[in-house]
Design a protein around this ligand. Sequence first.
Ligand code: ADP
Length: 211
Amino acid sequence: MNKIELNKRQEHILRIVKENGPITGESIAEQLHLTRATLRPDLAILTMAGFLEARPRVGYFYSGKTGTQLLTDNLSKLYVKDFQSIPVVVSDSISVYDAICTMFLEDVGTLFVVDQHAHLVGVLSRKDLLRASIGKQDLTTIPVNIIMTRMPNIAMCMKEDLIIEVAKKLIEKQIDALPVVKQTESGYEVTGRITKTNITKALVSLATEEI
Ligand code: ADP
């Protein structure tokens, strides 16, 4: 795995290209007293990371991109479909008691509620269930559909959406998770779940994935 941090030789290559670019791989190798083959992996890393650009028959030149620009470039390659989790879905006719059991058994913080056609109709968070549990009422007789957050107030996303867009929505709405949905003629089917944990994993991938 290549960290975004560059090694000494890569820094040296960058300096050479900055001063002499466009420059061929051959010429860079000569200046470093190395073979072209030895340099190949470094050039590949620098090109893939966006520090250098390569033009056939011209050579390498310095992209001039700053760390922030490169980070933005890389963020715009992270999609929901690559980081989503499996959704935990319950029927709108189950009780608050059963929803609490499901939340513990499935080890999630958000449940998505669907109707008999498997269309998204609501969201249940930990606090929704806690709130419904205050007092002495029998939780087995309260249906979740009277306490859930319901359509059309549900924030959703699609698998082709960017992770950064989801992150912005989570912050703006002050929520922990979004259902990943597929639109059909009659409603939305839930195909995934994206939470703050998935966003954290995406962030870590930026620092440790091959670049
Ligand atoms: P918690 O209640 O554990 O703090 P959240 O911050 O996710 O969890 O939920 C806060 C409120 O927002 C709850 O009432 C919940 O029903 C609602 N909510 C959670 N996710 C969504 C969503 N994707 N769209 C709309 N409302 C949501």
